[in-house]
Design a protein around this ligand. Structure first.
Ligand code: PGA
Length: 279
């Protein structure tokens, strides 16, 4: 009898440890993304050509974000290609619908096959006056509609040089995620000085910053923060992708220039696919 109680307790303890480890493993098991931000580039024909050639990978979630007028043709080309590629918008309005000339609503994005939307890209923060309050409204609208927001944050060169990176990122995160309870989001860390300049952040600096971002996400979401993918963006390409993919808190990349050609985009996908197989 004594023995059976002992073995019962042993089982209980083992089960409890198993659950805890299982939970930890689950939390560490973040999705890896390679996401294309085409910005204001490409025609319908060029889009057709891209999807004829690009090959996805089952180890990586691949998403392409074309400009608004290319979304529906892109949706059809992706279907035709049979590749597991997701579609995302580059921007979204915060209202359901109405008199907002030139804007695209979240339900319109869903209607043409989108599952994702980029919100708060630094280019929009710079020339379209997007601030954290607006970003927060857009993030809420995306989540309400069932789109996964890809929330962009990043410091300018002046902010970096005056050692304000962490302060800026923290303000952007608390602003963008105000009143949110769902961690069903993707964060893209895109230092403004690295975007389109060829001066990518070193993988070590990016890792350090991603770890800081995750610590802020923990303050906001608690344990859920471990399941949020944090992508690096800013002159990411085929040559530096391997450095990023080796870092524990870099869960993929958001790619501008190097996503425009099928072969270079595919090169980046392959790097992250290999990294995931090895892990
Ligand atoms: P880049 O752009 O890769 O051309 O630097 C990245 C982005 O702005 O998302």
């Amino acid at each position: 009898m004594g023995q059976s109680i002992e073995s019962y307790i042993k089982h209980l303890v083992r089960d409890a440890i198993g659950h805890t480890l299982g939970g930890l493993e689950l939390q560490r098991d973040r999705k890896t993304y390679v996401i294309a931000n085409w910005k204001m580039n490409k025609t319908v024909n060029e889009t057709a050509e891209f999807f004829q050639y690009v090959k996805s990978s089952k180890n990586v979630s691949v998403v392409v974000c074309p400009s608004a007028q290319l979304l529906y043709p892109a949706h059809l080309f992706i279907k035709q290609s049979g590749q597991p590629i997701g579609l995302g918008g580059q921007n979204v309005h915060w209202a359901d619908k109405g008199a907002y000339t030139g804007e695209t609503s979240a339900s319109m994005l869903k209607d043409v096959g989108c599952e994702y939307v980029i919100i708060g890209h630094s280019e929009r923060r710079q020339y379209a006056g997007e601030d954290d309050v607006l970003v927060n409204k857009k993030v809420k609208q995306a989540l309400k509609t069932g789109l996964t927001p890809i929330i962009c944050i990043g410091e300018t060169v002046d902010e970096k040089n005056s050692a304000r990176t962490e302060q800026v990122l923290s303000t952007q995160l608390f602003g963008a995620l105000k009143d949110l309870h769902s961690g069903d989001i993707i964060i893209a860390y895109e230092p403004v000085w690295a975007i389109g300049t060829g001066q990518s952040a070193t993988a070590e600096l990016a890792q350090q910053t991603h770890a800081f971002i995750r610590s802020v996400l923990k303050q906001i979401f608690g344990g859920q923060a471990d399941s949020i993918s944090i992508l690096y963006g800013g002159s990411a390409n085929e040559n530096n992708a391997a450095d990023y993919s080796g870092m524990p808190d870099i869960d993929g990349v958001l790619v501008g220039g190097a996503s425009l050609q099928a072969h270079s985009f595919e090169g980046i996908i392959n790097v992250f696919a290999k990294g995931d197989q090895n892990s």
